[in-house]
Design a protein around this ligand. Structure first.
Ligand SMILES: [Zn+2]
Ligand SMILES: [Zn+2]
Length: 250
């Protein structure tokens, strides 16, 4: 994921059929010839006659002497065994475009399988699978992440460092930030694969309640709770007031 912000060269290995170098793809031992099949006269097909209850039926079938190719190779090439093709693993360089997403494909001209009878090679299509990341989540060109902050940071405000695809970025958390508040880091997402600008990174701030507290911390929180016992309602006309009104209604 981190590699997505810039175009990158990568080497991939692909299995590929290539014309046999020994026989130049003919399948015949060098110096010998490929002959027409005498059973099907080079057509590759045989007529098979059958007498059935409905009368005589003529079926055309692939010639089993030449496997339907119409050709017989009396002296087979020892390198490819008469196939004319050999399996090779080939390493090719592929440019991974910045911003490529899962399932998108890239065409590499002329790197596909060779054509029939020495024709030009086809194109290779590389389909990308983007591995998911434990911290970043991607939605189109936008990136989402969750950042934990302490209750004190959320209440007093702070500046936190957020990892992005473009390096660390400072984010100001205003005093009184509620959990699940979303902040936007403009232009810190994925570059559009077609070159239409750049996505944003959305940071969801999660206020984490501490699980382990020392006696001193507990005492301070008890004191805090005591002091703010009345103050909460006056400061906050939202959530807490709603809860309080719900009790009064009964
Ligand atoms: Zn034949
Ligand atoms: Zn060969």
């Amino acid at each position: 994921m981190k590699k997505l912000h810039s175009e990158k060269d990568t080497e991939i290995e692909i299995p590929r059929e290539e014309n046999c170098g020994t026989c130049k793809g003919s399948g015949a031992k060098p110096g010998t010839k490929v002959e027409n099949c005498s059973h099907c006269h080079g057509t590759g097909q045989l007529n098979v006659e059958q007498n059935t209850a409905f009368g005589r039926i003529v079926n055309r079938r692939a010639c089993h002497h030449c496997q339907g190719t119409g050709k017989i190779i009396p002296n087979k090439c020892s390198t490819c065994g008469g196939d004319g093709k050999v399996q090779k693993r080939k390493k090719i360089q592929v440019k991974v475009p910045a911003g490529i997403d899962d399932g998108q494909q890239l065409r590499v001209t002329g790197q596909g399988e060779p054509g029939i009878n020495g024709g030009p090679a086809g194109d290779l299509y590389v389909v990308f699978h983007v591995r998911s990341h434990e911290f970043f989540e991607r939605d189109g060109d936008d990136i989402y992440c969750e950042m934990p902050v302490t209750f004190a940071q959320a209440a007093l405000g702070d500046e936190i460092e957020v990892p992005t695809l473009h390096g660390k970025v400072k984010l100001k958390i205003p005093a009184g930030t509620q959990t699940s508040t979303r902040f936007r880091l403009k232009g810190k997402g994925v570059p559009n694969v077609r070159g239409y600008g750049q996505g944003d990174q959305h940071v969801v701030v999660l206020v984490v309640t501490p699980k382990k507290l020392t006696e001193k911390q507990k005492d301070l929180l008890r004191e805090f709770s005591e002091i703010s016992g009345q103050g909460v309602d006056e400061q906050d006309d939202g959530f807490f007031s709603k809860v309080k009104r719900a009790f009064k209604d009964r």
